[in-house]
Design a protein around this ligand. Structure first.
Ligand code: SAM
Ligand code: SF4
Ligand code: F3S
Length: 467
């Protein structure tokens, strides 16, 4: 059972001590931190909590590592490419540390939970002073303080205590779009995936704490709130009484206000009709379902340990389409899983055509040390996988273009997010998470506006603001 614990007084006291140390040690007017986040929204949400602790300890934030007193990379281990980028970017800090020895360089997040990574950092990156994994975030104040005053290198990881740590302040990056974690970890052990090893067992936050946090965000003016978990559909495991995810999101939907609610990620094996009904009947839940299918071949899905087949996936998708006529479906898909044949891959293409996704996150299989798939026979060459991958992108582009073109002429409610690249243009998103560009004044950023869709360019829409 996942038990919730408050951040300890001792950790809060460390934040005060850090403030004292840094009032003397800061390089400029005020202590500055540079935080760089890799990976998924879970990491973004973790970084917001780390920033919350740093802010309490008196730090401000900078986009320029050259100015910083404290540099932290929050890392991702999901694919080799993600890890390579981190190693490359950490290597580039060596000179900075040589020029400003008082800077503290730290690494945290999913990569740091892997022993072979910690070993490589220890041996090849001596200028990194602090390393901590995903399970040690609540001890960050103590670790930072000890690194600052002691100066010796600290490595902490692998403390999967199955607790949910509450009361860590969040310093959110967005003013109107925000992340709200509802659970941590993953119990699914898909054979290709490193996440269960680096994030530990699934634990759900108390529904009352989540609802209070959602209320607070809505009161502060957040317009687009995304509930986060690796498999939100299994929310509640270990809680007594056990709420379903549909019940949780239904409760949040009852909070008064003008906002959209999103959630990710849904696992098809646990995605229920109850959830689809809740979306269909809700006031605030966006008409968007991100439902990763990974492969269209039953043989590959079995080897991936996904616990659903193509038929079950299509069944839930068809139910969603019938209950939510405008539903926008998005997904993750892996190309080149070990043992996948061109025929299996064709099944993936046919599923993509059958569903008609708005957009896809597409990945080529990347072997992860310690996962079962990393030691499976993988006879297909990288070049061949690359060809399949390009074929998939071409098919998806065709589908997305068609889907976007079908929206021309409609009026869509859009949350205005930022200035577009072209002068005088703004960029926003529909409830289905589709990007729309239109002329408008930047004072509209953060507001909902109605936009008439006039044109579709691949998967981006162009439109005109309605009066
Ligand atoms: N929990 C979510 C789910 O099950 O859909 C997604 C988590 S994972 C952080 C995001 C995506 O990365 C996965 O859906 C999968 O498509 C992709 N992925 C994970 N491990 C991978 C690997 N070893 N190689 C390639 N893609 C991978
Ligand atoms: Fe990884 Fe599967 Fe868990 Fe998603 S559900 S995080 S893909 S193990
Ligand atoms: Fe990466 Fe960790 Fe997310 S491995 S994708 S940052 S859970």
């Amino acid at each position: 059972m996942a038990e919730s614990v408050k951040m300890s007084d001792a950790q809060i006291e460390y934040l005060n001590l850090i403030a004292e140390v840094m009032s003397i040690r800061k390089r400029g007017e005020e202590p500055l931190a540079y935080i760089r986040t890799y990976g998924c929204q879970q990491n973004v949400a973790d970084s917001e909590r780390i920033k919350g602790m740093l802010h309490t300890a008196g730090y401000s934030f900078t986009e320029d590592p050259e100015q910083a007193d404290f540099i932290l990379f929050n890392t991702c281990a999901v694919r080799e490419h993600a890890e390579d980028r981190v190693f490359g970017n950490v290597g580039a800090l060596k000179n900075l540390k040589r020029r400003h020895p008082q800077i503290l360089i730290a690494l945290c997040g999913c990569m740091m939970e892997q022993e072979h990574v910690a070993k490589r950092i220890r041996e090849s990156f001596p200028f990194v002073g602090l390393v901590f994994g995903t399970h040690c975030m609540h001890e960050f104040p103590e670790l930072l303080y000890k690194s600052l005053v002691d100066g010796s290198r600290i490595f902490m990881r692998g403390n999967d205590d199955k607790l949910v740590h509450e009361g860590i302040p969040a310093y959110r990056d967005g003013r109107f779009k925000g992340w709200l974690p509802i659970m941590y970890g993953c119990d699914n052990f898909c054979t290709y995936c490193i996440v269960p090893y680096v994030r530990g067992r699934e634990r759900s936050r108390d529904p009352e704490i989540i609802i209070a946090e959602a209320k607070e965000m809505i009161e502060k003016g957040y317009k687009d709130i995304t509930l986060l978990g690796q498999n939100v559909n299994s929310y509640g495991k270990g809680l007594e009484p056990r709420p379903t995810f549909a019940q949780l999101i239904g409760e949040i939907d009852r909070i008064e206000g003008d906002y959209w609610l999103r959630f990710m990620t849904s696992h098809p094996k646990d995605c229920t009709r109850e959830l689809i009904d809740t979306i269909a009947d809700s006031k605030h839940i966006s008409l968007h379902l991100h439902l990763p299918f990974q492969s269209g071949s039953d043989r590959v899905l079995k080897a991936m340990n996904r616990h659903y087949d193509r038929e079950k996936y299509l069944d839930i998708v068809n139910y969603a389409k019938s209950r939510i006529p405008d539903v926008s479906l998005t997904s993750d898909v892996i190309v080149g899983f070990p043992g996948e044949t061109y025929e299996d891959f064709q099944e993936t293409l046919s599923l993509i055509r059958e569903v008609g996704f708005t957009s896809l996150f597409t990945f080529i299989f990347s072997p992860r040390t310690g996962t079962p798939a990393a030691s499976m026979d993988d006879p297909v060459s990288d070049e061949e996988k690359g060809r399949w991958f390009r074929e998939l992108l071409a098919v998806q582009e065709e589908i997305a273009t068609e889907r976007c073109a079908s929206m021309v002429g409609r009026v869509e409610r859009v949350l205005v997010e930022e200035k577009a690249k072209r002068e005088g243009r703004l960029c926003g998103r529909t409830s289905g998470n589709i990007i729309v560009e239109f002329d408008g004044d930047e004072s509209l950023i953060g507001d909902f506006r109605d936009v008439k869709i006039t044109k579709a360019r691949n998967w981006i829409l162009a439109g005109e603001l309605m009066k």
